[in-house]
Design a protein around this ligand. Structure first.
Ligand code: SIN
Length: 192
């Protein structure tokens, strides 16, 4: 079997949009998932960026996600498409994954490094939630990204306190918005 493993930890989990042979839950040691990357092209706009996940180095931590095995004969096309999709600050990195059901493999992951042009960095949870609840871009509402990620992680039985905390705070924020002035601030809130 000749192919390349690609590790997804954000939107690549629920919307891989690539041809792959199989997928397996895997763990990347030394990195943690954070809503610290700005999105000016998918879930926000240049003047009002959204927040999406990237990986931040954390020697004692790890990030669970989904690894996709892509056949060599389509890998060039897959990387061309992913490079375009992840162009707002993400770069390919070679990493080593451990599958949940055992085994180790080399893989490629897209990481938006600290200080890249779209980097937002850490902020208080309330501030991040407000930004996520209010931003939207060509790929949709930022809150849908958060909710879809949380749902996908739950489906895969992956625990991520950072994501689940923001999800629950965002639900409360949207409920307050709806309750406060009697109308939804955006259609997406009806999904909550
Ligand atoms: C990923 O999903 O692996 C990268 C970040 C994203 O596109 O949300």
């Amino acid at each position: 079997m000749s192919g390349i493993w690609i590790f997804g930890y954000g939107s690549l989990i629920w919307r891989p949009a690539m041809a792959f042979r199989t997928s397996r839950v895997a763990r990347l040691a030394g990195w943690t998932r954070r809503f610290w990357q700005g999105s000016h092209d998918h879930r926000g706009l240049p003047h009002a960026p959204g927040r999406v996940v990237t990986l931040v180095a954390a020697p004692q931590a790890s990030c669970d996600g989904l690894a996709y095995l892509v056949d060599r004969d389509v890998v060039e096309t897959v990387f061309r498409n992913l490079d375009h999709r992840e162009k707002n600050g993400y770069e390919r990195h070679a990493v080593r994954l451990t599958f949940r059901d055992g085994g180790v493999v080399d893989a490629i992951v897209y990481i938006a490094a600290v200080g890249n042009h779209a980097w937002l960095g850490p902020a208080g949870d309330e501030e991040m939630v407000r930004q996520i609840c209010q931003a939207a871009g060509p790929s949709g509402a930022n809150i849908d990204y958060l909710n879809d990620l949380a749902a996908a992680l739950r489906d895969l039985e992956i625990k991520d306190p950072h994501v689940f905390r923001l999800e629950s705070m965002a639900r409360a924020f949207m409920a307050r918005q709806e309750g406060g002035d009697g109308h939804t601030i955006r259609q997406a809130s009806s999904k909550l």
